[in-house]
Design a protein around this ligand. Structure first.
Ligand SMILES: C[S@@+](CC[C@H](N)C(=O)[O-])C[C@H]1O[C@@H](n2cnc3c(N)ncnc32)[C@H](O)[C@@H]1O
Length: 215
């Protein structure tokens, strides 16, 4: 499968959403529901005061994350899913949704104790992943956490889920290290903690590890 050359632009996603308001079936797929449960389960704190979710799409994960968040900023490069996300989360008080294309655009000056990068880093090319990591490093609280979740199957995106995650973690190594990692047949989950000299808790495998059904 041939791969896209550079970071995918907002227009790529706008076109997807114009054809289908939920192109990945976030709201209805059992696979996504189980992955979201594993994502939330990987977060060790019951509550995070300042959360930044990149690539929130139609806000299904945002809605699940909100009860564990104080301030929650959720952004997406495309406008169309943000309208759906606002609607989905309208009964919740705290999520703020903004159109923002990372890493060019960023909530500069803000500090977060959790930054969530779920199914979004592999849309960036290697240079943008380094810029993204620098942005994350500048915005992460001293005891902050970064959670990456990525599909590991074949795609035509600029990078595979594994390549994107490994590149991000290499660029983030000066300020955060992987402390918990797990993998199913379809996706990987990498939890990074700020300020770690190294190591963390290698060999962590959540109960979701192992073969899973097709999405
Ligand atoms: C596959 S969806 C992931 C949705 C959600 N994070 C989840 O895991 O269910 C990817 C989303 O990232 C957005 N996106 C892609 N590149 C982006 C960028 N550079 N900055 C912000 N959002 C981006 C897309 O518009 C799309 O809505």
């Amino acid at each position: 499968m041939s791969r896209a050359d550079g970071s995918l632009p907002p227009g790529y996603f706008e076109a997807l959403y114009a054809r289908d308001p939920d192109p990945w079936r976030f709201a209805s797929s059992d696979y996504e529901r189980a992955k979201y449960a594993a994502t939330l389960e990987a977060l060790p704190r019951p509550r995070y005061e300042r959360v930044f979710e990149v690539g929130c799409s139609i806000g299904v994960l945002t809605e699940a994350l909100a009860p564990r968040s104080g301030v929650l900023l959720a952004v997406d490069a495309a406008e169309a899913p943000l309208a759906a996300a606002r609607q989905r989360c309208s009964r919740l008080v705290q999520p703020t949704f903004q159109r923002m294309q990372v890493p060019e655009e960023w909530p500069e000056g803000s500090t977060f104790d959790l930054i969530l990068l779920s199914e979004v880093v592999y849309y960036l090319d290697a240079a943008d992943i380094r810029r993204l990591a620098a942005r994350v490093g500048a915005s992460l609280a001293p005891d902050g956490e970064v959670l990456l979740v990525h599909w590991t199957g074949e795609t035509d995106y600029p990078l595979s889920g594994d390549e994107a995650t490994e590149r991000f973690m290499a660029a983030a190594a000066p300020f955060a290290r992987p402390a918990k990692q797990s993998r199913t047949a379809q996706y990987r989950l990498d939890w990074l903690r700020a300020g770690m000299a190294g190591g963390g808790e290698p060999g962590w495998h959540g109960r979701h590890a192992g073969p899973a059904a097709s999405p």
